[in-house]
Design a protein around this ligand. Structure first.
Ligand code: G1P
Length: 289
């Protein structure tokens, strides 16, 4: 039987250059989608997949992220005094259980592979999840839960993927698959940000991974790759020589909230879906067209 996935790494050290200047003093993961920060969606998704410990890999200027997952004593007292109990409960509902979150500093922006490697001591010798919080995934069964279900079937390493137009493949990690059909397929290769016209498929690495701990040794000596960064993709390719990798085409919709239009789409789509806001959101949007 496969070992249970208990821990997730959430890399949050990125500068958010595509959503500047807004992300200059507010961590991009704290930008709102409707009325909750991006990071809140990632944590809720991880919880729904059974994650018990969250390892945030942060960087300089990201302290507010840590504060988001702590009490705001004055605000809580004021809400209580004003009888705003529903809001207070919503606020308290965002808090972790004591000891459930770790925060690690990535001291230099050396790449996603390096960020994940920074979490090695907290993860230890067990399989774990990686969630890239910028990619907000809206799905009736949360994306990471779909990945965990697939992992329970096939073990090894599972990478969530989704199709994009050919013209977009150079922006992502792209997977190569064997001949089989279906949503869960064995992987034969992977390449980070392939040059235009060279991608092995149109399936991108979406930002949800289940990885075996052997990845850490490979990351430790990983040379730089695309963009001069230490790429997680490159170490995964090495691990593929020794362990099984499956790609899971998940069912749901992804919003790349590290991007202006992606963030806008997420706000519109998720507001329209909200029972309490949907009708008003629709009216407001239609009035603009
Ligand atoms: C990272 C990964 C890439 C993946 C992407 C999804 O790239 O390296 O494989 O497809 O996230 O957003 P980044 O967006 O950090 O350049």
């Amino acid at each position: 039987m496969s070992k249970t996935i208990r821990k997730a790494v959430l890399p949050v050290a990125g500068l958010g250059t595509r959503v500047l200047p807004g992300a200059k003093t507010v961590a991009k993961e704290l930008l709102n989608v409707v009325d909750r920060p991006i990071i809140s969606y990632a944590v809720a998704e991880a919880r729904a997949a059974g994650i018990e410990h969250f390892v945030f890999v942060t960087g300089r200027g990201k302290q507010a992220l840590e504060d988001y997952f702590d009490h705001h004593v004055e605000m809580e007292a004021q809400l209580k005094a004003k009888g705003k109990t529903e809001l207070l409960e919503e606020l308290l509902g965002e808090l972790p259980r004591p000891g459930e979150m770790s925060f690690i500093r990535q001291m230099q922006p050396l790449g996603l592979g390096h960020a994940v490697w920074c979490a090695r001591d907290v993860i230890g010798d067990e399989p774990f999840a990686v969630i890239l919080p910028d990619m907000v995934m809206d799905a009736s069964v949360p994306a990471l839960a779909q990945a965990v279900e697939a992992y329970d079937q096939v073990g090894g390493n599972v990478i969530v993927v989704e199709p994009v137009p050919e013209s977009e493949t150079h922006k992502y990690g792209i997977v190569a698959l064997g001949g089989e059909s279906g949503r869960l397929r064995p992987m034969t290769g992977m390449v980070e940000k392939p040059a235009k016209g060279t991608a092995p498929s149109n399936l991108i690495v979406s930002g949800r991974y289940i990885l075996q701990p052997e990845i850490f040794d490979l990351l430790a000596s990983q040379e730089t790759g695309a963009g001069g960064e230490i790429q997680l993709t490159d170490s995964m390719v090495k691990l593929m020589a020794r362990q099984d990798f499956h790609a899971l085409e998940y069912e749901g919709t992804t919003y790349d909230c590290g991007d202006k239009i992606g963030l806008l789409r997420a706000n519109v789509a998720l507001a329209l879906k909200r029972p309490d806001l949907g009708a008003a959101a629709r009216e407001a949007i239609l009035a603009l067209l």
